[in-house]
Structure formats: structure tokens, C-alpha cells
Write a protein that binds this ligand. Structure first.
Ligand code: ZN
Length: 74
């Protein structure tokens, strides 16, 4: 689903694990809603899980996958 953004802002987030900088487009008002305490999945449901994780924990999907691949192996 493609949502037409009214006032998009591009947020640069650097992954704290691998240092890759990601640019995520979010609706400005949604971003403020989130910063004001709204759940990120309610504020920005159009983001992927990886993008939300980046905003929340500054860890990208690739690094999450690697971290989880180390858990419970064998
Ligand atoms: Zn990463």
C-alpha cells in the first residue's frame, strides 16, 4: 500500500552495529506523534519492521538477523 505523504521528512539513522546510514521517509506529523509517546506502529504503520527497528533501537534489519542467528543455534 502506498500512502501519499503530505509533509514527508527524511530521517537519517545510523545503525549502531554496522554504521550504515539509512534514510527513512516519514510523515512529519507522524514522527512528532511518535516522539510524543505514540506507539511507532500506530504512528507510522507504513514503515517496514526493519525501518521501525532502526528508529527505535538504531539497529538495522541485517544486524538484527545476525544477532538472532547467534541465539539458540545448535
Ligand atoms: Zn546494521
Amino acid at each position: 500500500m502506498i500512502t501519499q505523504m503530505i509533509n514527508p521528512v527524511w530521517v537519517e539513522v545510523k545503525c549502531r552495529m554496522c554504521g550504515t546510514v539509512y534514510t527513512i521517509a516519514v510523515e512529519e506529523n507522524d514522527f512528532y506523534d511518535w516522539q510524543n509517546g505514540k506507539c511507532i506502529q500506530d504512528a507510522m504503520p507504513y514503515l517496514t519492521a526493519d525501518e521501525r527497528e532502526l528508529l527505535i533501537s538504531h539497529t538495522c534489519g541485517d544486524c538484527w538477523a545476525e544477532m538472532f542467528s547467534c541465539i539458540g543455534g545448535d
